[in-house]
Design a protein around this ligand. Structure first.
Ligand code: BG6
Length: 512
């Protein structure tokens, strides 16, 4: 990988990156909830990185809306600090200066009519001063309970509709609802104001290079797809393990938990991409059709008590540091039953996958940060080798390493050099860092650019969101009624019950 400093500072050359060759037309972005963590750590740096790569129009404008007594300059300072701390590409004064000229801040509450009138005037002024052409995306980085108020205000103040020559779009952060019923209610509210094609629901996992690569791996090659079915696959494990705890997010996390936080969206999207049929083309409609078909075919095992597990991390040590247990975290009720770990078994009721379990697991404060999809193959139907010589031969596996060590691993058996026929597992690796010189754009960079371009490929449609809740709702209902999360020591690989869950099926979790 070429270090950033060696890439030169020619924006045109950066703009020629073949993975992001598209440049947004005249436009601006309004962020609600601009004082939040997401905005500071991801959105502001992504805007700067896009500008630095020459992918934003010269008059691009960024408007912050929040309950703060800030002037435009204060807002610019906040963005500046966020960019300095979190941007992926080097800081260049001339890029910053041009971008910062388009920064505006509108103070106000979501229910404040005058504030929305001010927002309208700000947008009109930007159109005149910077040529944004009336094209604005409204990013709702706010808790779902505020969605209805914000979108209704946008409508009431004439901000939600474009003209024949201009567009208005809504970008909605997860969680999109708390269950199926609330997701449907939210959809209704949003669709009363924005056309479905103007609503972009963010699932940042879909913006990750390695996640998009699942489709390339499966459908641009011939060697994997023939094996990608019940005749050869024993089971699939999808893991999203985090080493961090909930940090300062108690207010968001408690009552939501791991399953709603990431299984409902990220992990079920990974499942859909892994299990879906080939789309007829790579456009949004064709992709959604296939993802939806497979999500609809997902079935829960009958005995949820045996095939789902939830846990909470207990006090322990991680990376040489003593860390608090979930129930000791600031803002968490000592009697909380929220899951900080969740593992579930799913089946897919179709010809390709009948009888092949998909095991999904996620948790905070696990052994290390790793997200991967492991397709584990059946053992050879017959072995001519001596049992003693194949003791270290496991099952073949293809592992898509989503992060942090991005790439793909294939595991298979190989003869150990020597006079006996001993066979042992070996791996063949593809690593992004070794095969490509370009560094991968951040997921939010890719997704923000797609919003400005109106490209919906990487955004789940509301039917997918609803299907995901359909899958999760019975599990959450079961958990509400039965038992409580099992404690596991921070820094380990989760509750014992999760190991037992797989052991009952004669399998075990991978230790990535
Ligand atoms: C978010 C979840 O969607 O994804 C967080 O709300 C989680 O709880 C985060 O930490 C992980 O994202 P990434 O890209 O670091 O894997």
């Amino acid at each position: 990988m070429i270090p950033m400093s060696a890439r030169g500072d020619n924006p045109l050359r950066d703009a020629q990156d073949r993975r992001l060759p598209r440049i947004a037309g005249p436009s601006g972005l309004v962020i609600f909830g601009v004082t939040g963590d997401l905005s500071r750590k991801k959105l502001m740096p992504a805007v700067y990185d896009l500008a630095n790569r020459g992918l934003l129009p010269p008059g691009f404008s960024l408007v912050g809306f929040a309950r703060r007594d800030w002037a435009d300059e204060d807002f610019a300072q906040v963005v500046h600090d966020a960019v300095k701390e979190h941007a992926r590409t080097p800081f260049r004064e001339e890029v910053w200066q041009q971008l910062a000229e388009g920064f505006r801040f509108v103070p106000g509450e979501f229910s404040d009519h005058q504030a929305f009138e001010n927002l309208k005037t700000t947008i009109q002024d930007l159109d005149k001063a910077r040529g944004t052409g009336g094209n604005f995306a409204f990013y709702l980085s706010v808790p779902p309970k505020f969605f209805p108020t914000v979108v209704e205000q946008l409508k009431k103040h004439g901000l939600s509709e474009g003209t024949e020559d201009s567009w208005r779009r809504a970008v909605i952060e997860k969680p999109f609802g708390h269950d199926l019923a609330s997701a449907q209610d939210l959809n209704q509210v949003v669709h009363q104001v924005f056309r479905p094609s103007d609503v972009f629901r963010i699932d940042h996992y879909l913006g990750k290079e390695t996640v998009q690569n699942i489709l390339a791996l499966r459908f641009a090659n011939t060697m994997f797809e023939p094996l990608w079915n019940r005749s050869y696959v024993d089971h699939v494990q999808i893991t999203m393990a985090e080493d961090i705890g909930i940090g300062g997010r108690a207010g968001y996390y408690d009552g939501i938990g791991a399953a709603r936080d990431v299984i409902q969206n990220h992990l079920l999207q990974l499942l859909a991409l892994t299990a879906m049929e080939e789309p007829s083309s790579f456009d949004a409609k064709a992709l959604v059709t296939e993802k939806l078909k497979v999500l609809k075919a997902v079935k829960l095992p009958r005995e949820l008590g045996k095939h789902t597990v939830r846990g909470q991390y207990a006090h322990g040590w991680q990376g040489g540091e003593e860390v608090l247990g979930y129930l000791e975290e600031e803002g968490i009720d000592s009697g909380s039953r929220t899951d900080a770990y969740a593992a579930i078994k799913l089946e897919i009721d179709n010809r390709r996958w009948a009888g092949v379990p998909f095991y999904l697991r996620t948790g905070k404060r696990l052994g290390r940060r790793v997200t991967e999809i492991a397709v584990v193959f059946q053992r050879a139907p017959h072995s001519p080798f001596d049992t003693a010589e194949t003791q270290e031969l496991g099952q073949n596996a293809l592992v898509i390493r989503v992060q942090p060590d991005e790439g793909v691993t294939i595991r298979f058996g190989s003869k150990v050099p020597g006079t006996s026929m001993e066979i042992r597992d070996v791996t063949m690796d593809f690593a992004y860092g070794e095969s490509f010189t370009e560094s991968s754009p951040e997921a939010y960079e890719r997704l923000l650019l797609d919003v400005l371009l109106g490209d919906a490929n990487l955004f789940p449609r509301h039917q997918e969101v609803e299907q995901s809740w359909r899958i999760l709702d019975p599990i959450e209902a079961y958990w509400d009624k039965h038992g409580k999360p099992e404690q596991y020591t921070a820094g380990t690989w989760g509750p014992r019950a999760a190991d037992e869950m797989l052991a009952r099926d004669g399998r075990s979790w991978r230790r990535p």
